[in-house]
Design a binder for this molecule. Structure first.
Ligand SMILES: [Zn+2]
Length: 439
């Protein structure tokens, strides 16, 4: 009689949802040396440790497809705000901003300042950043991208214009170094002032080194309000010119006059998917969060201050209330609070649900891991999808919810041996109670 295999850990008695969108099944999971080595009835097998998952869901570890955790994985390596949600892998370097490469003396124009506290470590090369992570690994796996805005800050004397050819050449060299070191792609954030002057052609030219590598082009689009459709076309064009997969970050439609337009954007995205590789992510809230804008056109609707360097006491208060207390207008109050971050109540819940329910939408938190009063998406995105949107309002089955945060994401970002709970995969596993999980 052959000896029963021995495991480091057996998770027994649970119901497996494996991250492929296929129906759940009851099975034990055997883990050895960091990999899943058996799935089935392991009741006769020995293990150094056993975990009883009776009545619980056992799923592939969640992948946060959209984070700004570049610095947090070094500064807060326990990553409690992600691990506590079942997140085992984070994609960093989104919205054009990455913590590397940056010279020690490089300025951090907003929104780059959302990534790092003053005085935090700087990395002149992408490799030195990844080496620091390898020396001091965090509790989550990290798949890192390089940011176009960061490359602009590294190479351009002024950000108020499109890049010149010598600057594009310098950015190409930095991107090549990052890809060589292990970056999985490049992101842009042409929505934000430090990259808004970049033309479509600049983005194509800067990103050119990803062509043929399989690396992704990820974008916080130039416009997510009145000109969303124009920005979608720009995104698709860049993807076609680069012959590279594109990811539309945190797809949303801002401002009341654009509410309901997901009925137009989603069919266009699906149509584009027929001709090129397109993916998208979304967070489960109808309020956004980023730097506090200065532009009056971006200061419409209710705005809650999340942090302010000169006025930390104003965190948690509405901009309108602060402005009236100071007896100045909103734009002046926003200027006086800088540098600052804010929460914007500018989306329609119907659009949020349409986008989340779109079959190709990945779940990403877009959490900003700085300040004392962050947007709740930092801590709550994944339980909110599982508890509120899947269980309580039935937006999609649990199998679909988990696929959107595991298998789909691993596929789109080409994460090897992650995202599904199968034999031979890394043992990224999360166990939770589907009946009680909530934010
Ligand atoms: Zn963004």
């Amino acid at each position: 009689m052959p000896l029963a295999p021995k495991f480091d850990l057996i998770i027994h008695g649970g119901t497996v949802i494996d991250g492929t969108k296929t129906p759940r099944f009851d099975a034990d999971i055997g883990i050895l040396e960091g990999f899943i080595t058996a799935i089935g009835d392991l009741s006769m097998c020995e293990a150094d440790a056993k975990m009883d998952a009776t009545g619980k869901i056992v799923a592939a570890g969640f992948i946060d497809s959209h984070t700004h955790d570049d610095q947090a994985v070094l500064a807060q390596p326990d990553m409690t705000f992600k691990i506590s949600q079942g997140v085992t892998t984070v994609i960093t370097g989104n919205c054009g901003i990455s913590i590397a490469p940056l010279h020690p003396g490089s300025p951090l124009p907003a929104p780059l300042n959302l990534l790092a506290d003053v005085g935090s470590a700087r990395f002149a090369t992408f490799r030195s950043y990844l080496d620091a992570l390898r020396r001091q690994p965090s509790a989550v796996n990290v798949a890192a991208m390089v940011g176009h805005t960061t490359l602009r800050v590294m190479t351009m004397s002024s950000l108020e214009r499109a890049a010149e050819s010598s600057e594009i050449g310098a950015m190409n060299a930095l991107l090549e170094e990052a890809l060589e070191a292990g970056a999985i792609g490049i992101s842009t954030g042409t929505y934000y002032p430090p990259a808004a002057h970049a033309s479509t052609q600049e983005v194509i030219d800067v990103c050119r080194p990803i062509t043929g590598t399989g690396a992704v082009y990820v974008t916080h689009m130039r416009d997510e309000a009145d000109n969303s459709m124009v920005s979608l076309e720009e995104t698709f064009l860049i993807g076609r010119e680069l012959d590279s997969p594109v990811v539309i970050s945190h797809h949303k439609l801002q401002r009341a006059q654009n509410f309901g337009k997901s009925a137009i954007t989603l069919p266009r995205i699906r149509e584009a998917m027929q001709c090129q590789c397109v993916a998208l992510d979304c967070y489960p809230y109808n309020a956004s969060s980023t730097m506090l804008h200065r532009d009056p056109s971006r200061l419409q609707g209710r705005i809650l201050i999340a942090s302010s360097e000169p006025h930390p006491e104003q965190a948690g208060r509405d901009l309108d209330a602060i402005a009236s207390e100071w007896q100045i207008d909103k734009t002046d109050a926003a200027a006086r609070l800088q540098p600052a971050s804010a929460i914007y109540f500018g989306m329609d819940e119907g659009d949020v649900q349409n986008i989340l329910a779109f079959d190709e939408t990945m779940i990403g938190s877009d959490g900003i891991p700085t300040g004392e009063k962050p947007h709740p998406r930092l801590w709550g995105t994944f339980p909110r999808i599982l508890g509120h949107y899947s269980r309580d309002i039935g937006l999609f089955p649990l199998e679909t919810a988990i696929w959107k945060m595991t298998g789909l994401t691993a596929r789109n970002f080409k994460l090897v041996k992650r995202g599904t709970l199968r034999i031979g995969q890394h043992a990224d596993v999360v166990v939770f109670n589907a009946a009680t999980i909530r934010t």
